[in-house]
Structures are given as structure tokens and as C-alpha cells.
Design a protein around this ligand. Structure first.
Ligand SMILES: [Zn+2]
Length: 137
């Protein structure tokens, strides 16, 4: 695996721009939804099974983070809370490279073994988080 800074070709998708617009737009839409007092989303998985799904607590975690309550956000859904921080860091990076028209950070030459390790790590994190939700919420 290698990390490189490279200028994107003009014919490729601008991933930083797409991700920044999607995440900021999604957050603005969600904030507007809640500010208007519209009904909160309900989890169909929870309604059907009586058990939380992988993303149960995401809305409550976001609300707790918006009030600066990190521990409460982590309680509602640890992985989603960490995901919010990862999104914020990526959005900051995207804003900097877009405004500065700077080279973009890319992962290249990922071996089959490294790809497998990433997949296993993601599945393990999801399973660990879901286990937490099933046990503690
Ligand atoms: Zn759910």
C-alpha cells in the first residue's frame, strides 16, 4: 500500500467534492428536518425484531454530539459517532484541497492481502459495534 498526493485527471469524478456536498447536504437536510419538528425516523428492523440494527442510535448520537455530549453520543452508537468524526475530518481535508486546488491523497498499490485485511477489519468493527448495541441498548 502506498499513499500518494496526485492531481486528479479532469475526466475523473471529483470524489472530494461529491463527498463534501453529500455529507454537508445530508447534515443540513437532517438539521432542517428536526428543526421543523417533523417526525423522527423509526427503525423498521427494531420494530420487526425488537433488537437494534447496526445504525440504531445514529440520530440520537448526532443530536448529543451537536450539544457537545461526546460520552452520550458514544453510548448511543460508538461506531457511528466515530464515523461522524471521520466524516468531519474528511470534509475538512476536502474543503482544503478544493479551495487550494491542491493534489489529492490517494491510496495506490493495495495488495490482495491488504484488501482482505481491510474487509476483515470493517466486518469486525461492524460486528463489535452491533454486539455492543445488542447488549447495552
Ligand atoms: Zn435501527
Amino acid at each position: 500500500m502506498q499513499l500518494v498526493w496526485a492531481r486528479p485527471a479532469q475526466t475523473t469524478v471529483d470524489y472530494e467534492l461529491v463527498f463534501l456536498v453529500a455529507t454537508v447536504g445530508g447534515a443540513a437536510g437532517a438539521a432542517t428536518w428536526l428543526a421543523l419538528g417533523l417526525p423522527w425516523p423509526h427503525c423498521a428492523f427494531l420494530a420487526l425484531t425488537g433488537h437494534p440494527c447496526l445504525t440504531c442510535g445514529a440520530t440520537r448520537a448526532a443530536l448529543q454530539l451537536s450539544h457537545g455530549h461526546l460520552a452520550a453520543a458514544l453510548h448511543f452508537n460508538p461506531l457511528v459517532t466515530l464515523g461522524y468524526f471521520a466524516i468531519a475530518i474528511f470534509d475538512l481535508y476536502a474543503l482544503v484541497v478544493l479551495i487550494g486546488r491542491a493534489p489529492r491523497l490517494r491510496i495506490v498499490r493495495l495488495s490482495a492481502r491488504e484488501k482482505a485485511a481491510v474487509r476483515i477489519g470493517v466486518v469486525a468493527l461492524l460486528a463489535l459495534n452491533w454486539s455492543y448495541l445488542l447488549i447495552f441498548t
